[in-house]
Design a protein around this ligand. Structure first.
Ligand SMILES: N[C@@H](CCC(=O)N[C@@H](CS)C(=O)NCC(=O)O)C(=O)O
Length: 218
């Protein structure tokens, strides 16, 4: 029996679930996934019981319960310090935490105007100015990291939690046909072709329902 259980919701729509899944994969822990059907009132009741924050993802590992993606990442970094979830250099680690924090609390316009929808594709999608400001900031973060640490991941040769935090944005850029310069497009493609993301995407494609009401920030 796996040592951990990660509770998630829709693989197609739930960007936070994807982040939590990538962080668990990156830590290399043995875990099973429990998927709560999105939009189901019984599932919401169960989620309230399972996760005091009423949100997913939530990880149960070795008798410890932890929810919120950054808390899950810090917990896993403690128990798997060699997994490179955070960079080893202190200043680089501070930079990594800073851009993860930006994603965690910000980019509200981007997240509401371009909700994650892995199955969707909207060529020529019109991005309004507020969301464009967020997109510009994301791209400036990516360029700064790729230049400073040499890529192919944001903090160099191995993925960190920052890559997990920004992968749903890579997916949104593909869904909404956001034009990127060559380094940012290469980064987007690198993340979307990562094995864990491919595995997630394949499962998202299998999700039966297209829930209209979930085509909003989720
Ligand atoms: N900041 C939280 C965000 C979690 C979040 O917003 N999760 C959404 C799904 S992506 C959720 O559980 N919503 C509850 C619901 O829709 O019932 C984290 O880091 O985990």
């Amino acid at each position: 029996m796996p040592k951990g259980v990660l509770t998630i919701s829709s693989r197609n729509y739930s960007s936070w679930s994807l982040r939590g899944w990538m962080i668990c994969k990156g830590a290399g822990i043995d875990f099973a996934v429990k998927t709560l059907p999105a939009g189901d009132p019984n599932a919401r009741a169960e989620l309230l019981h399972l996760s005091p924050s009423f949100l997913v993802p939530k990880l149960e590992y070795d008798g410890v319960e932890v929810w919120d993606v950054l808390a899950i990442a810090e917990f896993l970094n403690e128990i798997k310090p060699k997994s490179n979830l955070l960079p080893t250099d202190r200043a680089t680690r501070a930079h990594c935490r800073a851009i993860c924090g930006e994603m965690h609390q910000g980019f509200v316009n981007l997240r509401s105007a371009l909700p994650m929808n892995i199955k969707g594709h909207y060529p020529g999608f019109k991005v309004w100015a507020g969301a464009q400001t967020d997109i510009d900031r994301v791209l400036s973060i990516w360029r700064g990291c790729l230049q400073a640490y040499g890529g192919p991941f944001l903090f160099g040769e191995r993925p960190t939690i920052a890559d997990a935090m920004y992968t749903p944005v890579c997916s949104r850029f593909r869904t909404y046909d956001v034009k990127l310069d060559a380094p940012c497009a290469a980064y987007r493609d690198k993340m979307l072709s990562a094995r864990s993301v491919q595995e997630w995407t394949a499962a998202a494609m299998e999700e039966p329902e297209e829930l209209e009401e979930l085509d909003v920030e989720f």
